[in-house]
Design a binder for this molecule. Structure first.
Ligand SMILES: N[C@@H](CCC(=O)N[C@@H](CS)C(=O)NCC(=O)O)C(=O)O
Length: 259
């Protein structure tokens, strides 16, 4: 098989790539890494992806890293069946600007509630020495881990992350309205929709979907993307945090009550 994807079921960045591969009907070998166990930091993997994160795509021996780069790459090498990139350079530039915004805002912000609500018990169970060694070994996320610590991000950081997510919804609404929708860039689904999808799904998974209760354009967008043929195979069982961490549903409900 020409495509091999190193990824993790619940990883939002991996979900972008699985969606594009599935939408294009491209078969791929899937190597599943256990991120909490640190598979992404093992020397053989870091040789492929020096950032020590998933996903990594191996295409016939060519290694491509970073989910935004990978999904653009897939549209370039396999433009056929379903394509997510506008042909018009102006529209393409607008899509790419939106993708940069998404990487900087929701993709980063959603990690804060994700870690606090889902992964913290795992880190809280480590000794301080184990935790510090784990954080130190992360090429890209060392500071993020140290800021979280074994007690979790403070309320101030949680609130800032939720505010960034709220501002993302406002930007999405504006983009849908300006383009005529129903997708972010207009009539056709593009890589910008694929890029933001996992953050929105993660918000719903954490019980934060109340944040778009009053935003019908977002609710419609969310229904549309979930109805896409690539959605189900991308979100196979174990891709949602609530499928892996049963304690989450309750916690998320408590959290949304206090927003
Ligand atoms: N910009 C990178 C970010 C990749 C990333 O943060 N991956 C997360 C999962 S979504 C990861 O591997 N985390 C493992 C860790 O922090 O050690 C991309 O989009 O590929």
């Amino acid at each position: 098989m020409p495509f091999k994807l190193y990824n993790a079921p619940q990883s939002t960045c991996s979900q972008r790539v699985r969606f594009v591969l599935n939408a294009k009907g491209l078969a791929f070998d899937e190597v599943k890494l256990n991120l909490l166990a640190g598979d992404q930091l093992k020397p053989d993997y870091v040789k492929l992806n020096p950032n020590g994160v998933v996903p990594t795509l191996d295409h016939d021996g060519h290694i491509v890293i970073d989910s935004s780069v990978i999904i653009e790459y897939l549209d370039e090498v396999e433009p056929g069946a379903e394509n997510f990139t506008p042909e018009n350079p102006v529209a393409r530039a607008a899509m790419r600007s939106m993708m940069r915004f998404i990487d900087e805002m929701p993709a980063a912000a959603v990690r804060v509630p994700t870690f606090n609500l889902a992964f913290l018990p795992h880190f809280a169970a480590m000794s301080e020495e184990e935790f510090l060694a784990f954080a130190e070994s992360k090429p890209l996320r060392k500071e993020f881990m140290l800021a979280m610590g074994r007690k979790g991000f403070p309320e101030k950081d949680m609130n800032a992350a939720l505010d960034r997510l709220a501002r993302t919804l406002v930007r999405m609404e504006a983009s849908i309205a300006a383009s005529g929708g129903p997708w972010l860039m207009g009539e056709r689904i593009t890589l910008a929709d694929v890029a933001v999808m996992p953050s929105i799904v993660r918000m719903a998974d954490l019980g934060l979907d109340t944040m778009w209760e009053e935003k019908p354009a977002i609710a419609r967008w969310y229904d549309l993307i979930r109805a896409h043929k690539a959605f189900k195979p991308t979100y196979y069982f174990g891709s949602l945090l609530t499928e892996r961490f049963p304690h989450l549903k309750e916690q998320a409900a408590r959290r949304t009550q206090s927003i």
